[in-house]
Design a binder for this molecule. Structure first.
Ligand SMILES: NC(=O)c1ccc[n+]([C@@H]2O[C@H](COP(=O)([O-])OP(=O)(O)OC[C@H]3O[C@@H](n4cnc5c(N)ncnc54)[C@H](OP(=O)(O)O)[C@@H]3O)[C@@H](O)[C@H]2O)c1
Length: 392
């Protein structure tokens, strides 16, 4: 079951519909007309590709937690993935360079309420439904899932993020080693905050919201690269591989990468056995880890040479690079001084802490202020969103 049929949810639906052995796909969203059309497109497109998927739309609004719980209980899917969010992540990429840089200094964590608000409602509905299957959250899981964990609402895991980095590293390392990516295994402990450095492209805005300034230090990470089981981390210069230029298109085209990673995770979660892959924020842990996923669930992989506590510590230290100083025991998030200053200077928005209970109001205010900021720089956010709905 996919909850949220925006840009990422729709690409995920398309890719899943073309997979063999997935079973029935239930796509859930607020807009029945658009959702039904989306499901028809996924079905007929897959049929044109000689697949016969079962795809069905159900209407669901996360602001109705009881109604959502009823649907989740009734559908009883093996896996429920939420891609619902108050706003997408790439609108600031439309801004002219100087405005984009200025708001980018707030880091991605500044947008936390936008990504957290519906994640809380989704997990509240999951709990109210007494749903026992696997729950996967797409929205900024490296931090969102930690807050959810503090609220006793941790999902099974997140998707994308460090797994996207792993795909690039396998590709570049295989090319350097003159072998197939199939022979290359990568083990990575890293946070979402590493992505702007890995996918830095001087010519384009970077995934996240702003180009990473070259002089900035990347967040900590741990990596091991193996060739047919042998450690070649030093031989291949893993750090060089990690930060090697690898241009990707900006904006929603990125969702083909994220959804590709999500399909592999979903496949793993519906079969026995166990598949080694990478997930952000399993069971509310900060950042991302190598993990074994199967029908039985997700467990963080044991790493030779890196104790589990050190892996968590690496990701804890990385929060700051996404603008989050600390996540308190009750889920209240304290932003870094840099994020607070950048939000004040660009949006005139004064916020130092975010309590989970204030998430909806904070998302409203942040989005309204951003729309005014964007308009001041010649970008009509509502029009951009409408066009993305038309083409995405
Ligand atoms: N982890 C990763 O690697 C990764 C990569 C890319 C994106 N993401 C995250 O994925 C999320 C979605 O991104 P996107 O680009 O797909 O955003 P989007 O196009 O704006 O889609 C968000 C969807 O949420 C839906 N939604 C909003 N309120 C809802 C409600 N009350 N009930 C049910 N659905 C609701 C919207 O429905 P309507 O269409 O009815 O408005 C929309 O379809 C974001 O948080 C983004 O940061 C994560």
């Amino acid at each position: 079951m996919i909850v949220g049929l925006g840009s990422l949810g729709s690409v995920l639906l398309e890719l899943l519909a073309r997979e063999e052995g997935i079973g029935e796909i239930v796509a859930a969203g607020r807009d029945e007309r658009r959702g039904t059309a989306r499901c028809n497109l996924a079905r007929v497109g897959a049929m044109a590709q000689d697949r016969l998927p079962r795809v069905r739309f159900v209407r669901l609004d996360l602001s109705d937690i009881d109604g959502t719980a009823e649907i989740i209980a009734r559908e009883s899917a093996d896996v429920v993935v939420s891609t619902a969010s108050r706003e997408t992540w790439w609108l600031s990429e439309l801004l002219p360079s100087s405005a984009r840089q200025a708001i980018g200094r707030a880091r991605f964590g500044a947008w936390l309420p936008v990504h957290l608000a519906l994640a809380i409602k989704f997990m509240q509905a999951v709990r109210a439904a007494d749903y026992r299957g696997h729950t996967v959250i797409a929205s900024f899981p490296d931090i969102v899932n930690v807050v959810l964990g503090r609220l006793g609402l941790a999902p099974t895991c997140g998707l994308g993020n460090l797994d996207e980095i792993v795909a690039k590293v396998r590709d570049v390392a295989a090319s350097r080693l003159e072998t197939s990516p199939r022979d290359v295994r990568v083990l990575l402990v890293a946070h979402h905050a590493l992505e702007p450095f890995v996918f830095r492209n001087p010519a384009e805005p970077t995934h996240g919201s702003a180009p990473a300034e070259p002089e900035r230090e990347p967040p900590p990470y741990w990596i091991r690269v193996e060739l047919t089981g042998e450690d070649v981390t030093a031989q291949v210069d893993a750090a060089g591989v990690l930060f090697a230029p690898y241009p990707l298109p900006p904006g929603p085209a990125w969702h083909f990468l994220t959804a590709g990673s999500a399909v592999r995770l979903i496949r793993a979660l519906v079969v026995d056995g166990g598949c080694l892959l990478h997930v952000p924020a399993p069971h509310g842990l900060p950042g991302g880890y190598p993990a074994v996923a199967s029908r039985a669930g997700v467990s963080v992989a044991n790493l030779a040479g890196l104790p589990a506590e050190e892996a968590v510590a690496i990701n804890e230290r990385s929060h700051r690079f996404d603008g989050v100083e600390q996540i308190e025991r009750d889920g209240t998030t304290c932003f870094t001084a840099g994020t607070v200053a950048a939000l004040r200077e660009t949006l005139g928005y004064n916020v130092e802490r975010l309590r989970p209970a204030d998430c909806d109001d904070a998302a409203d205010e942040l989005l309204a202020r951003f729309a005014r900021y964007a308009a001041g720089h010649g970008v009509d956010v509502a029009a951009a969103r409408a066009i993305s709905r038309l083409v995405g």
